[in-house]
Design a protein around this ligand. Structure first.
Ligand code: FES
Length: 163
């Protein structure tokens, strides 16, 4: 029987780590989940910093050299923050049927960004996530780490435009 060590603690009490932890746990906390776990961390934070790479590696039991190797090899991973602010729109089923599509359309119309893009002024990076674990609040978004539920496209656009 393999020895299981205690899970490493998240780098901070930012709620987004819970999302990353939940995803890793669902994937069995195993090394083969590395790419999926890095995706989860990037979806939640917008990019992968040292803390994220170490936390994911430690949780999955993957050496840091391998984690860095994977994160730098694939172009869909980014190790630097992009826009000044990050907006993650959940496109999971509950959010999708409750308006995520309209939110994304509104952001594209007003700010000129589609997912994985940053506004021309460098203010806001837009990302999507598959489920933020807040389905009862659908449609949900995370703006700079703040989970917001029952979001209306017009309100979100106004908030982001004011940043
Ligand atoms: S589907 Fe959006 S929070 Fe779960």
């Amino acid at each position: 029987m393999p020895i299981r060590y205690a899970r490493p603690s998240a780098p901070s009490d930012d709620k987004r780590w819970k999302i990353v932890e939940t995803r890793m746990r669902r994937l069995g906390d195993r090394p083969y989940a590395l790419i999926e776990a890095l995706h989860a961390a990037q979806e939640a934070f917008g990019y992968l910093d040292d803390d994220a790479l170490h936390f994911v590696g430690d949780t999955l039991g993957v050496p840091h050299s391998r984690v860095y190797g994977v994160a730098t090899f694939y172009s869909f991973f980014t190790l630097k923050p992009q826009g000044e602010h990050t907006c993650v729109v959940c496109t999971g089923t509950a959010c999708y049927i409750n308006g995520a599509k309209e939110i994304l359309a509104g952001l594209e119309r007003s700010l000129g960004v589609t997912p994985k893009e940053t506004t021309a002024d460098g203010k806001v990076s837009l990302l999507t996530a598959r489920c933020l674990g807040a389905c009862s609040l659908a449609p949900a978004v995370i703006v700079d780490g703040d989970v917001q539920g029952k979001v209306r496209a017009a309100d979100l656009v106004a908030r982001l435009e004011a940043m």
